[in-house]
Each structure stands twice: as structure tokens, then as C-alpha cells.
Design a protein around this ligand. Structure first.
Ligand SMILES: NC(=O)c1ccc[n+]([C@@H]2O[C@H](COP(=O)([O-])OP(=O)(O)OC[C@H]3O[C@@H](n4cnc5c(N)ncnc54)[C@H](O)[C@@H]3O)[C@@H](O)[C@H]2O)c1
Length: 317
């Protein structure tokens, strides 16, 4: 088999982590060729650190790669993503897939027409706590997610729903395997002009209810995900990557501490999955369609919040 040549566009915070991960993948069939970033200093630093090429343009990177990881800011995802796919290269796009549903639909359709892999970086799917329970979740009745973070200017090109809540939207859709029939939400712009804190309640056709809370204006950091179904309760800490399950035992009600395999970091599992999906010519674990579905729900939540905020403003004036 030919070597799979892979490159990264955008080597800021997350792109530089992808660069470290790619440099650690010890596979003779994979060749980390290089990086491109509009910030030349940053690009040179990363290229030097991992001993790969710093390309003078995205086109130059595309000429020498078969697959690209795209970690530019979300506002650039579509413009850069479509250029990658048009050049006939496989694409791992960071989350959220794009800013708008129309853009995401175009990326998904372009990848499909060209027979390319399009994966989206919903990294929590590779969290050991999620991997430990995914086969045990049969019919979730209730899901509760709490994701709160310190304020950080990175990510504020989009609101907290597309920045943070999108992770829990993706997990909820993954576990329910359904689209919600009703959505209600509240939110507020606290520190930026976009919504910084939000809560959404989703109801699904088979009866599952999910409540998701996301904030980027907190003084502590939490990522909790809880699920209950008829026979079990799962409490997962996605930050410390552990959790427990409560279910009825033969003689007592006992908590089972879930057996996590934390030997490989989620970002590495994600990048390896992207590579494997290309090598094995199969769908990746998180497809472009998954990214599109999560974005569509994020947009519906945003719409509900906008309606409420507009009503409040109307009442104030
Ligand atoms: N999966 C996760 O948990 C997670 C975590 C953080 C960020 N992200 C996502 O990763 C993406 C990047 O976020 P970040 O925090 O690394 O941002 P960042 O600002 O640290 O890095 C972005 C980099 O892209 C470069 N860039 C901007 N426009 C470009 C263009 N047109 N071509 C080439 N380079 C360009 C910038 O110079 C910068 O170095 C965002 O979409 C964000 O949502 C995902």
C-alpha cells in the first residue's frame, strides 16, 4: 500500500495538539508531511518542533497530501474545508463542522460525490468514559449534561452552543439514535455579544428527555454526563475520564466502577480512526452527517434562545 500522506491546516491550540499526536503515530504507512497556517511564525515553530514541512500555501500542502486535518477557527471551516475536498483530499474537520447548516450540507454532499472521507472532530466519542458505556446504553430515558468552563477568548467566534454544547448534542444524538421532536431553551450573552451560557431541553419521539447545560463564564471547569435507563444509571465525568454505573445486583444495589481504558488519549484515537477509515475504505466513527445533525440541533437551540432574548428586549423597551 502507498503511504498515506497527511497534513494539518491551522496549528493554533488544537492544531498543534493534532501535530503532536500525528508525530507520535508510529505507522510505516502514515506520513505526516507538514502544516500550513496563515501565521508564519506559529507555522514555522510547529514545523520545526515536529520536523515536518511548513508549506507556503494551502494549495502547496494539498499538492503533497492525501488527507488533511482542519483546525482553523470555525468561521473559516467552510472556506478551507471545501477547498480541501475540491482538491480530492480526505478531511477531518474540527467541530463544529461549519457555521451554518447550508455550509455543512455542501461539505457532506461534496465529500459523498467525490468518494472522500469526511470526519468531524467530536472528540468525546473517544473519551474512555463514553467508550466504556456505549454498549451498555440500550434505551436512555433521561440524559443530563453539564459542561462549564472558564472564559477563554478562543472559541468566542461562535456562541457557547456551537463552541461547547455541541459535544453533548452529538453524544445525545449518538445514544438516542433519534432526532428530537421538541426543543426548548434559554440562554444569555454574559461576557460577549454571543450567548455564553445556555440550557436546552430536548424531547425525543421514543420518550427520551435530555437537558444540556453549557457555560463558558464559570469559575470552575466541569464536564459531567449522566444517563439513566430502566435498568441502570450511569454517571460519567468526562473531564477526569471516569465514572460509575448503578444497577440492581443479586443481593444489593452496588456501584460498579467502570473499567476505563485510558491508555490512549482521545485525540490520538480520533486521528487514528480518521486514518483507519481511509485505509479500510469505510465510514469513520463520526461522519460528516453526524456533524451536520449536531449542528442542525445546535441551530434550533440557538433559534429558541434568540426568540426568547428578542421577546425580553421587546418587553424592556
Ligand atoms: N474538539 C475539541 O474539543 C476542540 C477544542 C478546541 C478547539 N476546537 C476547534 O478547533 C478549531 C480551532 O480552534 P483553536 O482553539 O485551536 O483556535 P486557535 O485560534 O488557537 O487556532 C486557529 C489557527 O488557525 C489559523 N488560521 C486561521 N485562519 C486560517 C486559514 N484560513 N488558513 C490557515 N490557518 C488559519 C490561525 O492562525 C491559528 O493558528 C475550532 O473550530 C474549534 O472549535 C475543538
Amino acid at each position: 500500500m502507498n503511504r498515506l500522506r497527511i497534513g494539518i491546516v491551522g496549528v493554533g491550540y488544537l492544531g498543534s495538539l493534532h501535530a503532536r499526536v500525528l508525530s507520535e503515530i508510529d505507522d510505516p504507512h502514515v506520513d505526516f508531511t507538514g502544516v500550513y497556517d496563515i501565521d508564519p511564525q506559529r507555522m514555522e515553530d510547529i514545523a520545526k518542533r515536529y520536523n515536518v514541512k511548513a508549506f507556503p500555501s494551502l494549495d502547496a500542502l494539498l499538492d503533497e497530501t492525501d488527507a488533511v486535518i482542519c483546525a482553523v477557527p470555525t468561521t473559516e471551516h467552510y472556506r478551507v474545508g471545501i477547498q480541501i475536498l475540491e482538491a480530492q483530499k480526505h478531511l477531518l474537520m474540527e467541530k463544529p463542522i461549519t457555521e451554518t447548516v447550508e455550509q455543512a450540507t455542501r461539505l457532506v454532499e461534496t465529500a459523498r460525490q467525490k468518494g472522500l472521507k469526511l470526519m468531524v472532530g467530536h472528540i468525546e466519542r473517544f473519551n474512555p468514559a463514553i467508550l466504556a458505556v456505549r454498549d451498555k446504553i440500550t434505551f436512555p430515558l433521561y440524559i443530563e449534561a453539564l459542561r462549564i468552563a472558564y472564559f477563554n477568548i478562543r472559541g468566542t467566534d461562535v456562541d457557547v452552543i456551537r463552541d461547547l454544547m455541541i459535544h453533548d448534542i452529538d453524544l445525545t444524538l449518538y445514544f438516542t439514535r433519534e432526532e428530537p421532536i421538541s426543543i426548548s431553551a434559554v440562554g444569555a450573552p454574559v461576557l460577549t455579544d454571543k450567548v455564553d451560557i445556555a440550557n436546552a431541553r430536548l424531547e425525543f419521539p421514543s420518550g427520551t428527555v435530555a437537558t444540556l447545560t453549557a457555560s463558558r463564564v464559570s469559575i470552575k471547569k466541569t464536564r459531567e454526563f449522566r444517563i439513566f435507563q430502566r435498568d441502570a444509571y450511569f454517571s460519567l465525568n468526562l473531564m477526569s475520564r471516569n465514572g460509575h454505573m448503578i444497577k440492581r445486583g443479586d443481593e444489593a444495589i452496588i456501584p460498579y466502577f467502570l473499567n476505563m481504558d485510558g491508555s490512549t488519549e482521545p485525540l490520538k484515537l480520533e486521528d487514528m480512526e480518521f486514518i483507519q477509515s481511509i485505509v479500510e475504505d469505510r465510514d469513520p466513527h463520526v461522519t460528516g452527517e453526524d456533524g451536520l445533525r449536531a449542528l442542525r440541533i445546535a441551530k434550533m437551540i440557538e433559534k429558541e434562545i434568540s426568540k426568547k432574548l428578542a421577546k425580553l428586549e421587546g418587553e424592556e423597551t
